[in-house]
Design a binder for this molecule. Structure first.
Ligand code: MF3
Ligand code: CO
Length: 250
C-alpha cells in the first residue's frame, strides 16, 4: 500500500473521524470500572462507536473478532476481549481501536489505570505518552521518519524501558494500515521524507522490562516476554509544513 497524500476534502474527513474516535475514548474511559470483563468493555465501545454513525473497523480485520483491542498489564497490544477476563483494581489496561467515518479511518490508543496503580506503573504510562510527544517534534514536512523513531527510542531509554520492535506505527487513510511503517526504535536508514498531507499513526509501545514480546496461542494477543507491564499511546496525526495536527485529541 503506497503512501497517500490527502486532499483538503480528505483531511476534513480525517479530522471528523479523529474527533469521533477521541470522543469514543473519552466516553469509554468513564465507563470502565473494576470487575468488568474485557468483553463487556468491548460491547460498550462498539455501541459508542456506532452511536456516532461510525464503523468499528478492527471488527473482522484479518479475522479479528472484536471491535476493540483490550490489553491488560503484560499484554502489549491486540488483546482479544473475553468474557472471563476481568479488569481489577491496580491493573493497567490499554484500549486500542479504529473506526471509519465516511470511508476514512482513525486509530487511537490509551493506557488507563484501573483504581489505584503502583508508582512504577504510573511512570510507565506517563513516559509512553511522552514518547509520543517527543516523536512528533519531528512530525513535520522536511523531517525524515528516523527522527521520530530516534526521539521515541531516546526518551524511553532514559528510563531503562524496552521499546517494542515487533510492531510499528503506520500511515492511515482510506485503509487502516498504509505506508510508511513508523518504527519506535532507532533506524540505520533515515527513511522517507515527510510531506504535508500525510496522515500517520505514531504509537509507542513500551515495556517496563525487556523489549522482547511473544504472541499468544490466540494468534493475536502480544505479551511481554519477561512478564513486565506494557503501555501504549497512539494518535492519528496530520503532517503539515509546520506543527503537526493531532487529529485524535479533543
Ligand atoms: N490499532 C491497531 C493497529 O494499528 C489495530 C489492529 S487491527 C486489529 O495495529 F484487528 F487487531 F484490531
Ligand atoms: Co495503529
Amino acid at each position: 500500500m503506497a503512501v497517500t497524500i490527502k486532499s483538503e476534502r480528505e483531511i476534513e474527513l480525517m479530522r471528523q473521524a479523529g474527533k469521533y474516535i477521541a470522543m469514543a475514548h473519552a466516553e469509554l474511559e468513564k465507563e470502565v470500572k473494576p470487575g468488568m470483563s474485557t468483553y463487556q468493555i468491548d460491547k460498550i465501545g462498539e455501541e459508542i462507536i456506532r452511536s456516532y454513525g461510525c464503523i468499528p473497523t478492527c471488527l473482522g480485520y484479518e479475522g479479528y473478532p472484536a471491535s476493540l483491542c483490550i490489553s491488560v498489564n503484560d499484554e502489549v497490544v491486540h488483546g482479544i476481549p473475553r468474557k472471563d477476563r476481568f479488569v481489577e483494581n491496580g491493573d493497567i489496561v490499554s484500549l486500542d481501536f479504529c473506526l471509519s467515518y465516511k470511508g476514512y479511518q482513525s486509530d487511537c490508543a490509551r493506557t488507563l489505570a484501573i483504581g489505584e496503580i503502583s508508582d512504577d506503573a504510573k511512570q510507565l504510562i506517563e513516559v509512553t505518552k511522552q514518547c509520543f510527544f517527543e516523536g512528533i517534534k519531528y512530525a513535520k514536512e522536511g523531517c525524515h521518519l528516523y527522527q521520530i523513531s530516534a526521539a521515541i527510542n531516546d526518551y524511553a531509554d532514559k528510563f531503562g524501558y524496552g521499546v517494542v520492535r515487533d510492531l510499528v506505527g503506520h500511515g492511515i487513510g482510506r485503509e487502516m494500515h498504509e505506508d510508511p511503517q513508523i518504527p519506535n526504535f532507532r533506524q540505520r536508514r533515515r527513511g522517507m521524507k515527510l510531506q504535508a498531507g500525510m496522515t500517520l499513526c505514531i504509537e509507542p509501545m513500551i515495556n517496563m522490562g525487556r523489549a522482547d514480546v511473544a504472541f499468544m496461542d490466540d494468534d493475536w494477543t502480544v505479551v511481554t516476554d519477561d512478564g513486565s507491564l506494557a503501555a501504549h499511546y497512539e494518535n492519528t496525526v496530520l503532517i503539515t509544513k509546520g506543527e503537526p495536527e493531532i487529529l485524535t485529541l479533543i
